[in-house]
Design a protein around this ligand. Sequence first.
Ligand code: ZN
Length: 458
Amino acid sequence: MAELLIKNGLVLTFAPDALTGQMLEGGAVAISGGSIVEIGATAELEAKYPNAQAIDATGRLVMPGFIVTHSHMPYVLGHNMPVDFSQLHDFWDMLQKMGWEWLEDITTQEGVYAATRYAATKMLKNGVTTVCEFVEGPNALPGILDASAKAILETGIRAQVGYEVTERVPGGHILKNISVANAEQGLEENIAFFKKYPKGGGRLEGRLGLHTAFTNSRPTMERARQVANEYGVGIQVHIAEIPRAFVVEKHGMSAPQILEETGVLGPDVIAAHCIDLTDEDVAILARNKVNIAHTPMTNSFGGNGVARIPYMMQNGLNITIGHDDFFTLDIAEYLRYAFLLHKAHNANAMLLPIFQVLDMALGNAARAMGLQNQVGSLEPGKKADIIIIKPDSPSPVAPCSALSYFDMTFQGRQVETVLVDGRVVIENGRSTQVDEEDIAKQCQEQAKILWRKTGVNI
Ligand SMILES: [Zn+2]
């Protein structure tokens, strides 16, 4: 039995990975009950499932949806915000002013809802079917995660969501003003969410957000791990986006060292950034099997340096792609930037071939989120989270060229159809779930409200 048959496409299974995955010309994927039941030649599957509704993918690529492992969707409200750069002297100012004062601290639940609806829809339209979302907004508690969840459920994307646990006090200087009670409030927000969306309950589930080792004390880190274990959820955390010396000054040790000591690290952890790390720090992350969310565009924007991704790969770390929602939500931009950056940075064209970059947004990312049995590749039994791409290419996209297409030519707008749980959520490049004009308008309204709070006259 199959209800749906995607047929006549160039099927890229990416199972078990991009390099060795099967490429099937004239291929078909049969779907039933939201899952893939069979992959094979079109004629064979047509004969086997004569009553299935058909989606014709002639001239198109059929592949698993992309996965982004680090995201702050409400950040889209800050896109293009006029910023007084004379107030920003270094990354610390960028974080304190641009990140916190001018964005997170004045975020409202209405803003989170509007921005998340917009960002999740954009991600879907560009071929991202799963996202790990890290919500921040200390003055929008409690209930900020309800606003995020409502938007995510409406758009049709698959997500793990958590709220940042932080001792940072909004409005105060981070080095002088911290509060354990603030962290406790963040934990409560996560716990309330885990109860509403228990692990394995569907397309939305929790992942505890621990802001950083720098913005939390040892007891809070220990408590975060306890809560994650109690609810059977993973942890997401920022590591080493800021200089290593800052954390050493605060805790007497580096972020990986104190996160290991407090029991936070483990194979269920996704650590974003991971830039200023020593070889010993990398060894700590590797022995704890921590997953890395590489965010090269944000790190370049903030002048934070370049994470040593090739070195981390050599040391066995699982590398995935995050994007922080700072720029366009076109996954192609993030893939291409990661593909190019390490070659330029190390003057070595052999680093990060495209198959490794694709794995970062597919199989590696699924593993990092603990969803490797559900998404990240096309295989019978997995969720039917599938994208159909109509390449706009000057050359043939065939089995011999399909991987290179992703570093040379692919753009998110070439994604035509997107299925999540076997349901078509994007058809002919448009959302079937929400009114795109309306969500863009609402998002712009919320951006205006936020900008005005920063003194922008609009
Ligand atoms: Zn982040």
